[in-house]
Design a protein around this ligand. Sequence first.
Ligand code: HEC
Length: 113
Amino acid sequence: MRRTALALALLALLAGGAVAADKAEKLDGKTLYKTMCKVCHGEDAEAGEYTPMYLIIEQWERFFDEDYAETHAEAAYEDGAKVIDAITPEMLKLIREFCIEGAADSEHPMTCG
Ligand code: HEC
């Protein structure tokens, strides 16, 4: 009996781990853009409306390489978390790829719907 309970607990633990891993894998640039960027850059946003197709590839590259850290140094989400702390390098890489993929001069200019 005990053994069964233990086995079940272990199984639940493993399943939980699998679900967490699944979620991490689903982190994609588009979802990240929506949750981490669009909150401040949606329609009529005070900070300016931005979707991938608002800039060309070169502008996005310059933004991520040179401007982001400085222009967002003080920006914070509603819960007080600083943007540059909340967005990990890995997340930023995915967001960058999403922006460049959908830039105005890319093959598939993209709004972020
Ligand atoms: C907490 C609000 C907030 C979040 C989240 C945010 N931004 Fe901004 N963003 C701003 C503000 C404020 C400015 C204006 C900065 C200025 O004028 O100096 C700005 C400016 C910009 C600009 C204009 C160029 C520049 O550097 O000034 C771009 C492009 C931009 N943000 C893209 C993004 C992207 C991409 C993300 C997600 C990785 C993001 N922002 C997340 C507030 C935010």
